[in-house]
Design a protein around this ligand. Structure first.
Ligand code: AMP
Length: 366
């Protein structure tokens, strides 16, 4: 592997706020960034030394891009496998194309996790109405039908409850022929995530598990440490993230989204929902709240550098709120609030459901 040194160029596939914050962290280490994204109005372009506006399937543009950078990463997992393979043939790509392939398909992902002996919701592959009928008979209701690919923030999924009209063909028609999975509904008490990194040398570093609150399927708030989480549950969540990262031979930051399920017979059970093969919204608190931010950590990992310390600064508790749609209009009030750390993503229009920024508060003892 060629040694990446300050002054080198990091290529980032995807131009959203995650790419923007990776680029800012990369600049801190003296790296240049080249961002590749299909939309000319991408938030990461504002902070990049070079930009390419092209489709993810544009082979010539990908080749020029890969030849102009020293290492490539991505901030967005829904890129075609062929795109990842093309890039990997021309430049070091982290996380790898195979880690991407496993985690971008919900069926491959859950099969992989179960093969490690780690629990997920029960899952069945659904391509036809007959598959859906069989899966519903096996799993029962309530259940969640999801597209195998391209889902995020609750898009591409639908709850199926026992009282609903259940004409499998009509339900599947809503998914326009996309390959799907049916998942059993997990009656969770709360959702947590583990954001962690694995270095090229196999070193592993996890942030404290955080508690996530969603509104309309979009992350609204992250709290760390997860209030009231038992130390054994936190340790087991981190161990799951470590086993997943090792089995994927992962290099970079990943997030493992988990359900905590109450168990009257013993400690709460940890069930994996999904893996994000990238920096994650629930890790934004690390910019101010941890000794090494998830973005700096990701840059370190993909450059083959030693990982930084993921500990919370002074052991403080931290809260991160997303600013979604109109909530961004509070930016001046947030600026006036002592100790509130405001991050705006430079997006033009505050459309409903759009992540416009976030605010982090360190909850210092009085
Ligand atoms: P996902 O896109 O898979 O992360 O799902 C988005 C959200 O839907 C999750 O954060 C959960 O709140 C909810 N959800 C997804 N799958 C399930 C499930 N099998 N059981 C219960 N809730 C779920």
């Amino acid at each position: 592997m060629t040694r990446i040194v300050p002054g080198a160029t990091l290529g980032i596939i995807g131009g959203g706020q995650l790419g923007r914050m990776i680029a800012l962290a990369a600049a801190n280490y003296g790296l240049k960034v080249h961002v590749f994204a299909p939309d000319a109005d991408s938030p990461a372009f504002d902070v990049a030394a070079a930009t390419t506006v092209a489709a993810y399937a544009d082979a010539d543009a990908l080749t020029r891009f890969a030849n102009s950078v020293d290492v490539v990463t991505y901030e967005f997992e829904n890129i075609p496998r062929e795109t990842a393979d093309r890039l990997a043939a021309l430049a070091p790509l982290h996380p790898s194309a195979s880690a991407l392939a496993t985690t971008q398909d919900r069926l491959a992902e859950k099969t992989f996790i179960n093969e490690l002996g780690i629990p997920t919701a029960p899952v069945r592959s659904v391509d036809t109405a007959a598959d859906l009928e069989r899966a519903l008979a096996e799993i029962g209701c309530p259940a969640v039908l999801k597209t195998r690919r391209f889902g995020y923030d609750g898009k591409g999924q639908r709850m199926l409850r026992s009282g609903d009209t259940t004409d499998p063909a009509a339900i599947l028609a809503e998914f326009a022929g996309a390959p799907c999975i049916l998942e059993g509904f997990v009656a969770f008490e709360r959702e947590v995530s583990v954001v962690a990194a694995r270095g090229a040398d196999g070193m592993f570093a996890a942030y404290d598990p955080c508690a996530n609150t969603h509104r309309d399927h979009i992350l609204a708030m992250t709290q760390v440490p997860a209030p009231g989480i038992a130390p054994a549950t936190a340790a087991s969540a981190i161990d799951i993230a470590r086993r997943i990262a090792e089995a994927l031979d992962y290099v970079g930051v990943l997030a493992v989204e988990l359900f905590l399920v109450a168990d009257p017979a013993g400690p709460e059970r940890v069930v994996v929902n999904e893996i994000a093969p990238r920096v994650h919204n629930s890790g934004h608190w690390t910019i101010e709240g941890a000794l090494t931010s998830q973005f700096a950590q990701h840059v370190r990992a993909v450059c083959g550098w030693p990982l930084g310390d993921p500990s919370r600064v002074g052991g403080v508790a931290v809260e991160m709120h997303n600013l979604i749609g109109d909530e961004v209009l509070a930016w001046e009030a947030i600026l006036a609030e002592p100790g509130a750390h405001l991050h705006l993503y430079g997006k033009g229009e505050a459309r409903s459901g759009r992540k416009m920024g976030h605010v982090t508060r360190l909850l210092l003892p009085p």
